[in-house]
Design a protein around this ligand. Structure first.
Ligand SMILES: [Zn+2]
Length: 139
């Protein structure tokens, strides 16, 4: 095997283990040559397929022997894992919100059904949209 490939395999294993220590569920699925002096890294978690992100080759190559490079690489990996967790949480919140139903019934001013994201108010024993509060009901 080409020594460069052996070195790359070792590096990939190293980054994979680092990632595993940060989050055992996360998996390094790619470490490839990218534009200029960067590696493209891709991390997947059970909830998300990550996008490729770039990290300086020098930083990745120095990480096994340089504590500062190691710390920086850990920060890159951790922020990618956090980013994916955040994305998942936002998606879950969106899904939950889309299944939420608004208050039952219709606005007594405009006659439209209430939607979950609309603000409503009770005024004189009638439920109306906040936006309809100062409009007169139809005669
Ligand atoms: Zn209304």
């Amino acid at each position: 095997m080409n020594p460069a490939n052996a070195w790359r395999l070792g590096l990939r294993e190293f980054v994979g283990e680092l990632l595993h220590e940060l989050d055992p569920r996360a998996e390094l699925v790619a470490l490839v040559d990218a534009q200029s002096d960067n590696f493209g890294l891709q991390v997947n978690t059970p909830d998300d397929v990550g996008k490729m992100f770039l990290v300086s080759k020098r930083l990745v190559e120095d990480a096994p022997v340089d504590p500062i490079a190691l710390k920086a690489l850990c920060l890159y990996l951790r922020s990618e894992v956090l980013h994916q967790q955040t994305r998942r949480t936002v998606n879950e919140a969106r899904e939950r919100r889309s299944t939420l139903r608004g208050p039952p019934g219709q606005c007594e001013v405009c006659g439209d059904s209430f939607r979950s994201y609309e603000r409503v108010v009770v005024r004189r024993a009638r439920i109306v949209h906040v936006r309809c509060l100062h409009r007169e009901p139809p005669p």
